[in-house]
Design a protein around this ligand. Structure first.
Ligand code: CAA
Ligand code: NAI
Length: 246
C-alpha cells in the first residue's frame, strides 16, 4: 500500500493512461479524484473503482479553464480535506503537417496540454506548500523530447511541460514538493488509434522492444513518482518508451 491515505488528483482519468493510473493508485490505498472533461465516462470509471471497495470521486473539469480547475480543487478539499498528489495527465492531439495546421488547432492543444498543466499545478501548490508535502507528476511525451512529424502543436506543448517541470522542481523543492515528468513513448490508448496504420508499422520497427506500450507501463511510472520510493527524485524526466530514442 504505497499510497495509503494519500489524496491524489489524476486529470484525464476517464480513459486511457489516466484511468489505468486511477485503478493502480486506488489499489495502493489512495483516495483518487478522477478529474476529466467527459462526465459520463468519468462517472462510470469512478463507480467501477468504488465497486472494488476503494475510495474515489469524479469531478468534471476542463483543465484549460481556470474557474473549472479551481472548482476541481474546491470539490477535492470538501470531500477529502487535502491534496497530496497531482498527476497532470489530461492531454489531446490535433495532428497535421505544419503547413496545414490551423491556428485554432495549434492553440487548443497548447490550451489543454500546456496551460492546463500550469493552471492545475498553480491551484494545488498552496495546499501542498502549507503542509510541506506534495508530489506533482507531469505527462510529457517522446514527441516533446525528440519531435514528431505532424505534431508541431503537441510537441511544443510537451517540450514546454519538461521546462515547467524543471522550473517547478527548483522553485518548490524547498517547500517539500517534488515535481517530475514521465515521457511516454507510443502507448495503446485512444490517442494512438488516430495514427495511420502505415505509421504504426514503421514506428514498431524503431522501438527496440518491438511493441507499443500499455497504459499500465505508464501508470506504474506515475506510481513510482507518487510514492515515497522516489523521495530523492526531483526534476527528472522518466522515459517510458521501450527505448525508442536514446
Ligand atoms: N515520418 C516520416 N514521414 C512521415 C511520417 C512520419 N512519421 N508521417 C507522415 N509522413 C510523410 C508521409 O509519408 C507523406 O510523405 P509524401 O508526401 O512523400 O507521400 C507526408 O509526410 C504527408 O503525410 P500524409 O500523406 O499522411 O499527410 P496528411 O496531411 O494526410 O496527414 C498527418 C498528416 C495528420 C500528420 C498524418 O500523417 C498522421 O496522423 N501522422 C501520424 C502523426 C503521429 O505520429 N501522431 C502521434 C499520435 S499519438 C501521440 O501523440 C502520443 C504521443 O505522445 C506519442
Ligand atoms: P486519452 O485520449 O485516452 O485520454 C486523455 C483523457 O484526457 C481523456 O479522458 C480526455 O477526456 C481527457 N481530457 C482531454 N481534454 C481535457 C480537458 N480539457 N480537461 C480535462 N480532461 C481532458 O489519452 P492517453 O493516451 O491516455 O493520454 C494521457 C496522457 O499521456 C496525455 O497527456 C498524452 O498526451 C500523454 N501521452 C500519451 C501517449 C500515448 O501514446 N498514448 C504517449 C505520450 C504521452
Amino acid at each position: 500500500m504505497r499510497l495509503q491515505d494519500r489524496v491524489a488528483i489524476i486529470t484525464g482519468a476517464a480513459g486511457g493512461i489516466g484511468l489505468e493510473a486511477a485503478h493502480v493508485f486506488a489499489s495502493e490505498g489512495a483516495k483518487v479524484v478522477l478529474a476529466d472533461f467527459q462526465e459520463e465516462a468519468g462517472s462510470k470509471a469512478c463507480q467501477a473503482i468504488k465497486a472494488e471497495g476503494y475510495e474515489a470521486l469524479f469531478v468534471q473539469v476542463d483543465v484549460s479553464k481556470k474557474e473549472s480547475v479551481e472548482q476541481m480543487v474546491k470539490r477535492t478539499l470538501e470531500e477529502y480535506g487535502t491534496i497530496d498528489i497531482l498527476v497532470n495527465n489530461a492531454g489531446i492531439t490535433r495532428d497535421a503537417m505544419l503547413v496545414k495546421m490551423t491556428e485554432e488547432d495549434f492553440q487548443r492543444v497548447l490550451d489543454v496540454n500546456l496551460t492546463g498543466v500550469f493552471l492545475c499545478t498553480q491551484a494545488v501548490v498552496p495546499v501542498m506548500a502549507e503542509k510541506r508535502y506534495g508530489k506533482i507528476i507531469n505527462t510529457s511525451s517522446v514527441s516533446g523530447v525528440y519531435g514528431n512529424v505532424g505534431q508541431t502543436n503537441y510537441a511544443a506543448s510537451k517540450a514546454a511541460v519538461v521546462g515547467m517541470t524543471k522550473t517547478w522542481a527548483k522553485e518548490l523543492g524547498r517547500k517539500g514538493i517534488r515535481v517530475n515528468a514521465v515521457a511516454p513513448g507510443f502507448i495503446e490508448t485512444g490517442m494512438v488509434e488516430t495514427v495511420p496504420d502505415k505509421v504504426i508499422e514503421s514506428l514498431k520497427k524503431m522501438i527496440p522492444v518491438m511493441e507499443l506500450g500499455k497504459p499500465r507501463d505508464i501508470a506504474n511510472a506515475y506510481l513510482y513518482l507518487a510514492s515515497e520510493e522516489s523521495h530523492y527524485v526531483n526534476g527528472t524526466v522518466l522515459h517510458v518508451d521501450g527505448g525508442i530514442m536514446m
